[in-house]
Design a protein around this ligand. Sequence first.
Ligand SMILES: *Cc1c(COP(=O)(O)O)cnc(C)c1O
Length: 366
Amino acid sequence: MTHPFLDLAPLSAEHFASIEDRVARLMDTSQDVVIMQGEALLPLEGAIRGTAAPGTVALNVITGPYGQTFGDWLRDCGATVHDLAVPFHTAVTAEQVRAALAEHPEIDFVSLVHAEAATGNTNPVAEIGAVVREHGALFYLDAVASIAAEPVLPDAWGVDLCVIGAQKAMGGPAGVSAVSVSARAWERMTANEQAPRHSYLSLLDWKQRWIDGGRKALLHAPAQLEMLALEACVERIESEGLDALMARHASAAAATRAGTLALGGGLEPYVHEARDAAPVATTLRAPAGTDARELVAKALAVDPVLPLVAGGGALAQEMIRVNHYGPQATRGVVQSSLAALGGALAEAGIAVDLEGARKAVAAAWQ
Ligand SMILES: *Cc1c(COP(=O)(O)O)cnc(C)c1O
């Protein structure tokens, strides 16, 4: 008997390339797109180690925990790093980036996270991209949490290295990921003696042995199940329509925000301004005197499938994340999430308006 997962025919190079092309269409890019055989941290790290070296001067924008990690990798590569950190309840502005570049004109690399699922904010990449391009620096973007939740347009925005993963808004597998690479970024990597070569982290290996050879032979046996899952996930997005999928995420974020405000009880959107809030996930601030972990545990005891989680690290006590992404970006999930959180608050003796929240969600869902 053949097993549906175990007894598959090998994934051909042609098939692999066709999946890359479909991912490239999703990003509306004509740059090279490399599908990396690991979670998104693989291309995120590979792209930094490929381009940064002693002599690199980087502006590292920190709007959440990932920005901090990128700064550590850059310093590890010997780069001089100027951190531009903004409070996690807001977004960075193009003006702040412009000012940082003016202060340190030698900056030749800018790293930015588009949307942060961990903090719930999203940054104005189109405007920032224009500033970075004018300055001439290489532009590195983590779009893992934004792809399929809001527009991600590396070509239009002048992004040189744009990393995506399928496990958030795309509703796909976590074990493979992708990065689009501009001609400028390839040049920087080729000239970088320190760039990983003959390494799992190497993008240059994929350029030299896969892309430059016309994508005829794979470097090693691919993660076949994950590649097939990625293909199925892109197929599902194509049949729903990328615009419809992004609209679903925008509605989920707007409805969660409106419902939270109507619920009351001291529960508040963590990101102050709606325009800075990411469509992929909505973060909430637990009412003073409560513990986010306890509220989430109580809500999940009522409905264990809800996409609720307490914030990570230092935010664990105060932040609740509503991960309304992928198949969870539905009105029903938003309604149930707020009802469960409202129930947990009521149980703690806090007055909430459950019916008001329900109406606000319905009204805000476009
Ligand atoms: C989710 C996410 C990633 C991928 O990390 P995981 O925690 O492994 O899912 C990378 N960057 C950002 C901004 C993310 O939100």
